[in-house]
Design a protein. Sequence first.
Length: 278
Amino acid sequence: MTDSANPDQYGLIGHPVEHSWSPFIHGMFAKESNQNLVYRLYDFEPPQFRRETLRLFAGGIKGLNITLPHKEAAAELVNVLTPRASRAQAVNTIMFRDDSSLLGDNTDGIGLTRDLAGNLGLELARKRILILGAGGATRGILAPLLERGPTALIIANRTVARAAALVMAFKDMGPISSCGFSDIEGPPYDLIVNATSASLQGQMPELPPGLVSEDTVCYDLAYGRGHTPFTMWAKTLYAGRICKGWGMLVEQAAEAFELWRGVRPNTHTVLEALTRKT
């Protein structure tokens, strides 16, 4: 606990960030767990990221979440990486430690798998998984997904070389392969995860037919009111289940909150509140 007149400072860095619900989520976490903090949004473009992030920590901020497009740059900024952040080479959570060093963590993967398995009741073992996109978001979710024992995990990306580089980095963990968007092959997948930033620009990559069935779960890491281009695509193909990334957002935030504050917040209350608002 801190002096109520001087709450601890936290925030989110990204570009863009105005759509983020993170201040609402962390505000609810803080209220329910009786933690005195404030959480703000910081919109920095890539050339500003390193300078402005270090300025925030020099000014006394205790922790930051990092979102697109800065997750890989954040991994290069911090002094120490947790094992899962080191594996991903991408960071979405930074903590300022007592020795003034910066610890980088990645809570994306555990946030996704907790939502898929815990909130949605999905079993990932012996399933076929397709991931669209090969950026920092994908880096964060690969290891936790592969640890669940899928039959196959395919990364599709516009730039095939980038997807192939991820295969090389994670091939020791399980059956992983890569291809371009137009080269994705059926049969229909059990789980398709959209990890591209296309939804934020109102776009959807062109994909071949035969990827979705009435048993396919389509999960967009993006979130917002109404459908995204990806969820609309899934709807037109009669996917069995269509989800946006609200659950992952809340679960990864809870992991970050616990790292910063040493308190595990209740995610179900926040998810219910977001459902009412969105």
